[in-house]
Design a protein around this ligand. Structure first.
Ligand SMILES: C[S@@+](CC[C@H](N)C(=O)[O-])C[C@H]1O[C@@H](n2cnc3c(N)ncnc32)[C@H](O)[C@@H]1O
Length: 267
């Protein structure tokens, strides 16, 4: 199966719901919030700024565009109807937020509408990320800010010793779920080619904390996918899942990945 996030609206509803649960678990972890805070709080938006998140998933990052970046309104575009329904439900009481289904490559929105566009863990999933960058340039007002943040996926690991079998699940999931492994190593060049002026580029280390909620979703989905692919028997997959949980309770679980953010301005 190809990266399911690259065409999430076409996946069966149960898989979209499972991915939505994993996305919410990730969004709510304090270490993930700290990454978003680190690059969104310093943007210096004008008064009454209009913001857009492309690939808005369950909507938590879109809400950050108000709470952390200080935008007056924020709109999310997302192809999966399951995600859009969840985002609308979670944030129904905030009329500054809106969500619609759509494609980041061709939003149908008017030229020069937004002061800020954010792509948070979107571009790693999109075949032809250049088309999304071109669309963002069209949608931004002159002087508008683009913020791209994504994982540097080759750094993802749960390894605590040589030949650690849990780490294979992480590598397998990255291989199955990421279309553009090297996106944050290439993004500055892509943005420059499309007319943007580069701002700050920052690295953010993410270490799973406490119950490791998000990393456990990666391990569980990886183990189940190996069973679906005929690579593991169900019993082995359950054993690996319980190994991860035993490590969490024994305080020996380790999960890590680097994220990188790149800020750019439309001249
Ligand atoms: C890993 S999730 C990130 C969601 C959200 N930004 C967050 O960090 O919680 C990536 C999202 O991008 C969406 N996506 C994938 N291709 C897209 C496209 N062409 N246009 C807009 N969104 C897309 C997926 O459906 C998915 O919800």
């Amino acid at each position: 199966m190809a990266d399911p996030y690259s065409n999430l609206g076409a996946q069966d509803t149960a898989l979209q719901e499972r991915i939505a649960d994993a996305m919410e678990a990730r969004c709510l972890e304090p270490a993930q919030i700290a990454i978003r805070k680190a690059y969104l709080e310093k943007l210096g938006l004008p008064e009454n700024a209009a913001a857009l998140e492309l690939g808005s998933g369950t909507g938590h990052v879109t809400r950050d565009l108000l709470e952390l970046a200080g935008a007056a309104t924020a709109h999310g575009i997302e192809p999966s109807p399951v995600m859009v329904r969840r985002a609308r439900k979670s944030f129904a009481d905030d009329d500054r937020l809106s969500f619609n289904t759509g494609d980041a490559k061709d939003t149908g929105l008017a030229d020069k509408t937004f002061d800020l566009i954010v792509m948070h863990t979107l571009l790693c999933h999109v075949p032809g990320p250049e088309e999304v960058v071109r669309e963002a340039y069209r949608l931004l007002k002159p002087g508008g800010i683009l913020a791209v943040c994504d994982g540097d996926y080759s750094t993802a690991t749960a390894q605590i010793a040589d030949f650690d079998p849990l780490d294979q699940l992480i590598k397998f999931m990255i291989n199955q779920n990421v279309t553009n492994l090297w996106i944050m190593r290439r993004i500055s060049g892509i943005l420059t080619e499309h007319g943007f002026q580069l701002g700050a580029r920052t690295g953010h280390g993410y270490v799973a904390e406490g119950e490791a909620a998000y990393f456990l979703t990666v391990i569980d989905r990886g183990a189940d996918r190996m069973v679906e692919d005929g690579l593991l028997f169900a019993e082995t997959s359950e054993a690996l899942k319980s190994e991860a949980r035993r490590r969490v309770s024994a305080k020996t679980f380790f999960g890590f990945m680097s994220y990188v953010s790149q800020i750019a301005v439309k001249p």
